[in-house]
Design a protein around this ligand. Structure first.
Ligand code: ZN
Length: 135
C-alpha cells in the first residue's frame, strides 16, 4: 500500500504547516501528482480519509488531487511525446515505475527515431500545491 505511505506523508506535512501558522483547522489540501507516479487516486483518497480521521486538526479536510501529464523529450532528435497508456510499459513493470518513476526510461523509446535515451520533462511530480487553513 504505497498510497497509504503517501497519504501519511501528506498528513504529516499538513499538520506541520497548520501548527506553524497557528491554524485550528485544515480545510483543503491540494496536491500535484505526476502521471508517472501511477498512483491510484481512489486508494490515496481513501487512505487519506482513514488516516486523517484520527487527527482533529484534519477533521473534514478535503484532499484535492491534480494530475500532471507525463512528457518526454528525445535526446537524439528532440521529439516530445506523452505517456499514452500503461500497456506501453507492460503490466509487470507498473509496480516498479510506481515506486521509482525514473525507471520508465528502461521501457520506452522515442516514437519518432526509436532512440532509447530521453529526458523526463514532466510526470514525476508529487508535492503539495496548496493548503487552506482556518485560524
Ligand atoms: Zn528521437
Amino acid at each position: 500500500m504505497h498510497e497509504a505511505t503517501i497519504a501519511n506523508n501528506i498528513i504529516q506535512i499538513a499538520m506541520r504547516i497548520a501548527q506553524k501558522n497557528n491554524a485550528k483547522r485544515v480545510h483543503r489540501i491540494s496536491i500535484i501528482v505526476g502521471e508517472l507516479r501511477l498512483i491510484d487516486f481512489d486508494a490515496l483518497k481513501f487512505a487519506f480519509k482513514v488516516l486523517s480521521e484520527d487527527v482533529p486538526i484534519l477533521e473534514k479536510a478535503k484532499l484535492e488531487i491534480k494530475s500532471k501529464p507525463a512528457k518526454f523529450k528525445c535526446l537524439k532528435c528532440g521529439e516530445e511525446w506523452g505517456f499514452s497508456s500503461k500497456a506501453e510499459i507492460g503490466k509487470e513493470n507498473i509496480d516498479k515505475i510506481h515506486f521509482t518513476p525514473d525507471l520508465i526510461v528502461n521501457y520506452l523509446k522515442c516514437p519518432k527515431c526509436g532512440f532509447n535515451d530521453f529526458e523526463i520533462i514532466n510526470g514525476k511530480e508529487l508535492y503539495i500545491e496548496e493548503i487552506e487553513v482556518a485560524t
